[in-house]
Design a protein around this ligand. Structure first.
Ligand code: GLU
Length: 391
């Protein structure tokens, strides 16, 4: 069967593949501890579920009109961005999508022509390079500094920009790095992009999941130029534990939002209508569950960081946001006789029944990713097994 060369060249999502493998082993009766997908273990807050149920019962089961999102949800997004991100947008600058991943894909498809360069800081979320390649673009990898929690410097960014640069993907708090750029760092990076004719896709889906008082500033709020050249991408999946609902949104310059809308009208026809009603409730309703979950992630992050650093051959930065740690495990490779992160992940899954995602999928073969969106009990169980395995 002949498949398109675009799809032949596409890698499967490693995060979803590891999660599926762990789920399959569990269904076969193997007691796997999964640090795979970045999917909160909490239930979606009840008031959000009820809002969607009420919407279904009220007949909100037809196409989203318009396909870019119903008026009330765009208004709720604008209010959220003004309230929490110091960003003033109008509803005409907003598009609601079937998840943050779709938002990212639409933005890249709307902006990138074959040969255009897209700067992707390393470590990166698995799907960015593949989406860029699908659009015919060229990923340009910008190495983060492991000694600075994997952040990249403004000077390194400046050096990576060429006349072909079209886009920077800026993700903070970071998946998989677990780090968050300080506002001063974000501003320094925005000063670089302001000097160039380029767009910034600011993936801020973890904007509310920050730890130990970590300060944060939305990229677009750094300066008026940053506002003009940035697409701000957020969604409900992580903050409200709504991964399966597929509720994402983007705000930014009207011409780009219109281009994304055109693509959306020819692909998904928009986000599910009653999900949008759930999203309105998520954004405008009681926020106490968000804080409860955030506090729990903070505790888990501190705990997994401390436990990983106590293991021989492993060094780990303390997470300041999102729910990932990205330890360097290369100090174990010779003892385990593994060649890199894929073999490491395979060995711990097969021998210790612990699922982690190989760092190579995020651009760093010395590391693996642990998602701590699982219970403290699971974290301890998984780390006990890993400790035993590494003894
Ligand atoms: N974004 C989450 C992760 O990185 C969910 C899976 C995915 O879409 O990659 O694990």
């Amino acid at each position: 069967m002949k498949l398109s060369s675009r799809v032949e060249a596409l890698a499967e999502s490693a995060t979803l593949a590891v999660t599926a493998k762990a789920a399959q082993l569990k269904s076969e009766g193997v007691d796997v501890v999964s640090f795979g997908a970045g999917e909160p273990d909490f239930d979606t807050p009840q008031h959000i579920k009820l809002a969607a149920i009420r919407a279904i019962e009220a007949g909100q089961t037809k196409y989203s009109k318009p396909a870019t999102g119903i008026a009330a949800v765009k208004q709720a997004v604008c209010e959220k961005l003004a309230r929490e991100n110091e960003l003033q947008y109008k509803p005409s600058q907003v598009i609601v999508t079937a998840g943050g991943k779709m938002a990212c894909n639409l933005a890249i498809q709307a902006l990138i022509d074959p040969g255009d360069e897209v700067i992707i800081p390393v470590p990166y979320w698995v799907s960015y390079p593949e989406m860029v390649k699908l659009a015919g673009g060229v990923p340009v990898f910008l190495e983060g500094d492991e000694n600075d929690s994997f952040k990249f410097s403004p000077a390194a960014l400046e050096a990576a920009i060429t006349p072909k640069t079209r886009l920077l993907i800026f993700n903070s708090p970071s998946n998989p790095g677990g780090f968050t750029y300080h506002p001063a760092e974000t501003q320094a990076i925005a000063e670089v992009t302001a000097r160039h004719d380029m767009v910034v896709l600011a993936d801020e889906i973890y904007d509310r999941l920050r730890f130990d008082g970590q300060a944060f500033q939305s990229f677009a709020s750094s300066s008026s130029k940053a506002y003009e050249q940035t697409l701000t991408l957020i969604g409900a999946s992580k903050t409200y534990s709504m991964t399966g609902w597929r509720a994402g949104y983007v705000a930014g310059p009207v011409p780009i939002i219109k281009a994304m809308a055109k693509l959306q009208s020819q692909s998904t026809s928009g986000a599910c209508t009653f999900v949008q009603h759930g999203l309105i409730e998520a954004l405008t309703g009681d926020q106490s569950e968000v804080e409860r979950m955030r506090v729990e992630f903070e505790k888990r992050g501190a705990h997994i960081h401390q436990r990983l650093n106590a293991l021989p051959g492993i060094s780990c930065n303390k997470p300041t946001g999102a729910f990932y740690v990205f330890p360097n495990v290369s100090g174990t490779y010779s003892k385990l006789s593994v060649a890199g992160s894929i073999e490491f992940a395979k060995a711990v899954l097969e021998k210790a029944h612990v699922a982690v995602v190989p760092g190579i999928a995020f651009g760093s073969d010395a590391c693996v990713r642990f998602s701590f969106a699982c219970s403290m009990e699971q974290i301890d169980k998984g780390l006990d097994r890993l400790a035993e395995f590494l003894r």
